[in-house]
Design a protein around this ligand. Structure first.
Ligand SMILES: *[C@@H]1O[C@H](CO)[C@@H](O)[C@H](O)[C@H]1NC(C)=O
Ligand SMILES: *[C@@H]1O[C@H](CO)[C@@H](O)[C@H](O)[C@H]1NC(C)=O
Ligand SMILES: *[C@@H]1O[C@H](CO)[C@@H](O)[C@H](O)[C@H]1NC(C)=O
Ligand SMILES: *[C@@H]1O[C@H](CO)[C@@H](O)[C@H](O)[C@H]1NC(C)=O
Ligand SMILES: *[C@@H]1O[C@H](CO)[C@@H](O)[C@H](O)[C@H]1NC(C)=O
Ligand SMILES: *[C@@H]1O[C@H](CO)[C@@H](O)[C@H](O)[C@H]1NC(C)=O
Ligand SMILES: *[C@@H]1O[C@H](CO)[C@@H](O)[C@H](O)[C@H]1NC(C)=O
Ligand SMILES: *[C@@H]1O[C@H](CO)[C@@H](O)[C@H](O)[C@H]1NC(C)=O
Length: 259
């Protein structure tokens, strides 16, 4: 999934005499193409693509001949992932990962300032949030279950929201940009509640949902006692059946002996 947001800023930026930058969101693993419209003169004269704060040269084209720097520069993050269209000058990055996030800058020989700047954000896949009970000991007195929705594996993930939904309505939401913190959101429901609840983790382009099954997560205190009763009943019934069988056998033997 790729989203190009050629913001309205473009227009105002141009008016202000500043080059415009195009925002691009892409899901990790997907390809993204940075499309440009070049004149024949620009292609003949030559263009260069640069990336990052150091404006590292990653691709160039002159007179329809292309060179891509698919080598070990920039930690090899672009290795075998760059493709420059020799007709249009558009640059494609395949199998993106989050290290491709940053500014991409295309310049022409004839012009000093950037012709186009692309601001790319590669989003990592989101983990599925986990719902757990938030009460250490079960409370037989309360008819409520205290829940916690947490995100356990937030490596490489940023700018996300975590929310609880009841049916279609939003109950609570928290948004974070720094993910070196533990992300969780609490909810209190009644054991008897028949509404559907879900916990959603999302960023601007994707989301992951965990549905709540109250019976799975919320333990009622009396449950183990019920369990004991069942076990005791089974033992008692088993004993009774054994005794009955022995009794019948004994009566049968006795009856046979007397006849
Ligand atoms: C991104 O790609 C580089 C080079 O292939 C690799 O070293 C790095 O581990 C990748 N990062 C992620 C988060 O996949
Ligand atoms: C442009 O690329 C196509 C294939 O992608 C190739 O067949 C063609 O020879 C290339 N043209 C030049 C001038 O390099
Ligand atoms: C784009 O590249 C040109 C030439 O390298 C440089 O002068 C300019 O500062 C760059 N702009 C940005 C925003 O990276
Ligand atoms: C690129 O875009 C992101 C948001 O999409 C923004 O936070 C960041 O400041 C932009 N970078 C530049 C250099 O404009
Ligand atoms: C349960 O959630 C509350 C927030 O409502 C929080 O203050 C508390 O620390 C949580 N308890 C546990 C055991 O996580
Ligand atoms: C139980 O939860 C409901 C909301 O689901 C709340 O209105 C009620 O006050 C809670 N009761 C107790 C005893 O915490
Ligand atoms: C998550 O989705 C909500 C509702 O669709 C949206 O308002 C919010 O901005 C999204 N969060 C992020 C971090 O994009
Ligand atoms: C999650 O994404 C799906 C599409 O992938 C969308 O239909 C749904 O509305 C999103 N849910 C939320 C809560 O943003």
């Amino acid at each position: 999934m790729t989203r190009l947001l050629p913001g309205l800023c473009c227009f105002s930026f141009l008016l202000a005499g500043v080059f415009c930058s195009q925002f691009v969101s892409v899901m990790e693993g997907d390809s993204v193409t940075l499309s440009v419209r070049l004149t024949e003169t620009q292609i003949k004269d030559g263009i260069t693509w640069r990336f990052g704060p150091r404006e590292t040269l990653i691709a160039r084209m002159k007179d329809y001949k292309t060179t891509v720097y698919n080598d070990d520069r920039l930690d090899g993050r672009f290795k075998n992932k760059l493709h420059l269209n020799n007709q249009t000058g558009s640059l494609t990055i395949t199998n993106t990962n989050i290290t491709h996030t940053g500014l991409y800058n295309i310049t022409t020989k004839s012009q000093d300032k950037a012709l186009n700047i692309f601001n790319i954000t590669v989003y990592a896949y989101l983990p599925i949030p986990v719902i757990s009970s938030n009460s250490s000991q079960c409370s037989s007195s309360s008819s409520n279950c205290s829940l916690l929705c947490s995100v356990l594996n937030l490596r490489d993930v940023r700018d996300v929201s975590l929310s609880w939904y009841k049916g279609k309505s939003l109950l609570s939401i928290i948004s974070v940009s720094d993910l070196n913190i533990r992300l969780s959101l609490s909810l209190e429901v009644e054991y008897q509640d028949t509404n559907t609840y879900r916990c959603v983790l999302n960023n601007t382009i994707t989301n992951q949902t965990q549905h709540l099954n109250i019976n799975d997560v919320c333990q009622i205190c009396s449950a183990p006692i019920h369990g004991h009763i069942v076990v005791i009943c089974c033992v008692v019934v088993g004993c009774l059946m054994f005794v009955t069988a022995v009794l019948i056998f004994w009566i049968y033997r006795k009856h046979k002996a007397t006849s």
